[in-house]
Design a protein around this ligand. Sequence first.
Ligand code: AMP
Ligand code: ZN
Length: 462
Amino acid sequence: MKIFFYNTLTKTKEEFKPLKGNEVRIYTCGPTVYKDASIGNMKSYIFMDTLRRTLKYNGYTLKHAMNITDVGHLVSDGDDGEDKMIKSAKEENKTPLEIAEFYTQKFFEDFDRLNIDTPEIICKATDHIKEMEEFVQKLIDNGYAYETSSAIYFDVSKLDEYGILSGIDLRNQKAGARVEVDKEKRNPYDFALWIKAPENHIMKWESPWGLCYPGWHIECSTMSNKYLGEVFDIHTGGIDLVPTHHENEIAQSKGCTGKIPAKFWMHCEFLLINGGKMSKSLGNVYLVKDIIDKGYDPLAFKMMCFTSHYRNKLNFTWDAIASSQNALNRLRDGYKRHSEGNEKIDENIIEEYKTKFQEAINDDLNMPVAMSVVWDVVKNPNKSKQLANLLLDFDKVLGVDIQKENEQKNLNLPDEINNLLEQRKQARENKDWSLSDKIRDELKEKGYIVKDTKEGTTVERI
Ligand code: AMP
Ligand code: ZN
């Protein structure tokens, strides 16, 4: 079956075919490991997971590299400000290496919790300093880079088409529109490839241009080239990377090899919190751990991501996660009920469901449509093992562990709370509303809020 993906580079949905045989080569911009990854970051990696699983479902093998940024990403996302790793190391009184190891491990714990299929190759920027230096040298040799007293810059005026991904037209950019930190820069959009380290800078390496550290963008061009070749199939990341990081990656690769490094560029839209931005100052930077601490299965967040297309913004609220938990419970219950059934379903009907599901995922990973097929199967009144097996097959793409038992104790609640919830359930079944309300108040006193929605009862910690 054909696959179509939206390509940010051409701004159209195009048919996808691997460049080489049956193998799909993918590069994903990984985390900057200076702090905990937020659920916003995880939305982007859930998209990456769905992409991997969809390609595998279609029978392809994958060679997928994801970097770990442990040097060079400055606080401004541009060429000024402190390195995020060093800033965090100072704040936490640790070395940058300790910070990187600590947050890398936590990052992959979240991958496990969210059942995210990990790329085949994980590569760290600091393990590739020599290769990056060679890449920079090549750009100088090819006439695309120049040295100032503080850095080696990429000269964007040397490319006929800088801005191809984001649509920036350099001719319309007023000189001085950006506040320059380095007066020796030739053009406002020139960006640092290699930065000369000030004396007290912690992370720095010997190089032909003195003690330096790499810029943020060079690592991805270098590592994608090393592991996947000059041109590979798909490059992914969050939407914020389009006008900066990815535009500059394209510039670097064009300067080095003359080629745009990936055929397809796919980007995930942002997660919003209560309709707005996630920010430290608003105190609304939520982690996967926060979802678990409130008593939810982290995979409820994955279910929530499937309610919208990856190219749309998604709004996170605690009410939305409560309904996604209910949806996850219904899915697991539905699977269980089908697996206990013995009715015979016509194979054509099974094939029809399967085709509809595959058409949806192959249509630029359209998960809301794919989920509507999943619900049709769950709601099929004929309880059948064939349908249970079909749901298991779909779970290869969803990765939400549909075989997991649905019990309140799975929500990591203390026994005392589980007992009260059970008593309240009984009271409600007996239509003893006053007892049910009394138990709800008792739970509240103990720090748990109970909500009755049309899909069932949810509980979360206050
Ligand atoms: P970082 O660790 O900041 O380099 O970001 C890792 C990935 O998460 C990048 O692909 C970002 O574009 C993406 N990202 C950051 N914030 C969000 C958000 N709120 N929603 C979706 N993706 C995000
Ligand atoms: Zn990158």
